[in-house]
Design a protein around this ligand. Structure first.
Ligand SMILES: [Zn+2]
Length: 263
């Protein structure tokens, strides 16, 4: 069994820490800032044994060097790209790695960046839970990542790959963007009652100073417009802001993504 703990960094990043409480070993996902990770590991007497990287952006990788300097040579898993020279275990779609005794599967989800990866535990990491998905800046709670490098069909396909996972999959994304994403979602889906309920629940969490994450895939399927590109309400909203001659889900996704950029 592993505990998954959020380490907050910068203004809205989460560096997810996987902790084996029996062995006091830990692994971290996307440590853009080493300082809060080091502080947490020290305070809780944990030994860092592995690093997972989803993509090359500085707020996901800039802490790697400092962590390696402190904890010695560790496996750093990530995409095969010259843009992340710190990766020493390059992995690709379908690869398996063993992390703190648990099997983790690698998914390629291009769109936010060309080489973006997600990591999915093969089994629940704690009893009674769903499997854990670490999806970086691809799928966000109630939203999705900015499309820096991909095309709408590519990003849409990546999100659909995640949407096909079991509904109880726990979604650990890398930013706390949920409330602003929900405001956009409400503009797209004003009649979605599950969305209104979610806005109330997530706002209360933030008022208590709690993360809104992890989310579940079931909740995303019900309330995330970027996973609902075949929903008539979403299609109608997209067609109201931009000419939409092709009403296929990838075209609807493209309109939503451009709309969100200027929202
Ligand atoms: Zn990014």
């Amino acid at each position: 069994m592993l505990d998954i703990r959020p380490i907050t960094a910068f203004t809205d990043n989460y560096h997810w820490l996987l902790v084996d409480t029996a062995t006091r070993q830990a692994a971290v996902v996307d440590p853009g800032d080493a300082a809060p990770v080091l502080a947490y590991l020290t305070q809780h007497s944990l030994q860092l044994v592995a690093i997972l990287i989803t993509h090359h952006h500085a707020d996901h990788i800039d802490g790697i060097g400092t962590l390696l300097a402190k904890y010695g040579p560790l496996p750093v898993y990530g995409p095969a790209t010259a843009r992340i020279p710190q990766v020493n275990h390059a992995v690709q779609e379908g690869a398996s790695l063993t992390l703190l005794g648990h099997s983790v599967e690698v998914l390629e989800v291009p769109g936010h960046t060309h080489e973006h990866l997600a990591y999915l535990s093969r089994e629940p990491l704690a009893p009674g839970q769903g499997r854990a998905l670490f999806c970086g800046d691809t799928l966000f709670a109630a939203g999705c990542g900015y499309m820096f490098e991909g095309t709408p069909p590519q990003m849409h396909a990546s999100l659909q790959k995640l949407a096909a996972l079991p509904p109880d999959t726990l979604i650990y994304c890398a930013h706390e963007y949920t409330l602003s994403n929900l405001r956009f979602a409400a503009a797209v889906m004003p009649h979605n009652t599950a969305l209104h309920e979610r806005q109330r629940v997530e706002a209360a969490k933030r008022e208590r100073g709690e993360p809104t994450l992890p989310s579940t895939l079931a909740l995303e399927l019900a309330t995330n417009p970027f996973l609902r590109c075949a929903d008539p309400e979403v299609i109608a909203a997209a067609a109201s802001v931009e000419a939409l001659p092709e009403r296929d889900p990838a075209s609807v996704f493209g309109v939503l993504r451009r709309w969100k950029n200027r929202f």
